[in-house]
Design a protein around this ligand. Structure first.
Ligand code: SF4
Length: 358
């Protein structure tokens, strides 16, 4: 029988309700997050996604944290859309290195009509490798969302970034409502939603709670929820954002886990600056997905070998997307008779396999 907390309708998570989670004593919050996590996921499973920037820099948007905005001096040179063959080669290398999902990101306000044929071809070709596909291309209209759905795109990433109240301090060129409109189009096209945010931008605890409440209030909730930690980039407006208490980051992960019990909660940007002990706390708080590989769009990420070692030291293992989102461990053990029923993914050296590209 579902736990009372899991039965709450999405709209039950008001900002106040999430704020109450943040204000629990840390051990109580982690305990509660673990209870929720274990009802829906194996506690030792991690879903691995690899991310490739298919079109880097020169973005007309003004997101205050982003080195790819043409309005900031973030030191990222603008490049053209990568050829389809290069994207497919990078996806193949990521797959061979153990990634289950391949996320392709383009620094656009929205795709231009001339870009869509190549983008759709990337989706089809990466799917043909047996990988899940995810794209983040900016705002979409109905036709673009429909075309991506027809091409078989599994996930579309479009983050809310922060609370509605703090949003205007970070981004001026697209509104919160614009983001929600694109997310609705993605849903209508039958594509799963990857939607999360960024913490450590100088927002308050209430803003963090409001972000989680916004995400949890989506019906259905996002299948994938990336929680990013700001990487302050010199030359961007948020270069001097005040540092965030690391435990507050863990609390954000735990609140996301409790408010979105069936979503994959992904530890995303900012992991390179986190010690292993902090990442382990995030797993205890309910994070069960990682970006895997040496580069996140344009920012650094822990080396693949360091990730492999960390998972080994913690007795954790990479699972494919189906397992990460599958039934709770107890059910799986009943059916399979053993915890080894989970499919384990072989992980190789991403850098070698990807020739340094991924
Ligand atoms: S976050 Fe995306 S939309 Fe915003 S400036 Fe960077 S690339 Fe452009």
């Amino acid at each position: 029988m579902p736990h009372a907390a899991d039965r709450q309708a999405p709209q039950a998570w008001s900002t106040e309700a999430v704020l109450a989670l943040f204000e629990l004593p840390f051990p109580d919050l982690i305990h509660r997050a673990q209870q929720v996590h274990r009802r829906h996921f194996r506690a030792d499973g991690i879903q691995l996604s690899s991310l490739l920037s298919i079109k880097t820099g020169g973005c007309p948007e003004d997101c205050g944290y982003c080195s790819q905005s043409a309005r900031h001096d973030g030191g990222v040179a603008a490049q053209r859309l990568m050829p389809v063959e290069e994207v497919v080669a990078a996806a193949r290398a990521a797959r061979d290195a153990g990634a289950q999902r391949f996320c392709m990101g383009a620094a656009w306000r929205s795709p231009k009509p001339r870009d869509m044929p190549a983008v759709l071809e990337m989706v089809r070709a990466v799917k043909a490798l047996g990988m899940e596909t995810c794209m983040t291309l900016g705002m979409l209209d109905d036709e673009q969302a429909g075309a991506l759905g027809e091409a078989g795109l599994d996930y579309y990433n479009h983050n809310l970034d922060t609370s509605p109240e703090f949003y205007g301090r970070v981004i001026g060129t697209r509104s919160y409502a614009d983001r929600l409109d694109t997310l609705a189009r993605v849903r209508a096209a039958g594509v799963k939603v990857c939607c999360g945010g960024i913490v450590g931008m100088g927002e308050s605890r209430r803003d963090r709670a409001a972000l989680i409440a916004q995400l949890a209030g989506m019906d259905p909730q996002p299948e994938s929820v990336p929680i990013n930690h700001l990487i302050p980039v010199p030359g961007t407006p948020l270069a001097d954002a005040p540092p965030l208490d690391p435990f507050e980051f863990v609390r954000t992960i735990a609140a996301a886990r409790i408010a979105m019990p069936r979503s994959a909660v992904r530890l995303s940007a900012g992991r390179q600056a986190m010690p292993d002990s902090l990442q382990a706390l995030c797993f205890l708080a309910g994070a069960n997905s990682l970006f895997y590989g040496d580069t996140l769009l344009t920012a650094g990420n822990p080396e693949a070998e360091a990730d492999r070692q960390l998972l080994r030291r913690l007795g954790m293992r990479a699972t494919d997307g189906a397992d990460a989102n599958g039934p709770p461990a107890r059910d799986k053990e009943t059916h399979a008779g053993t915890r080894a029923g989970m499919r384990t993914i072989r992980i190789q050296d991403t850098r070698r396999a990807a020739g340094g590209r991924a």
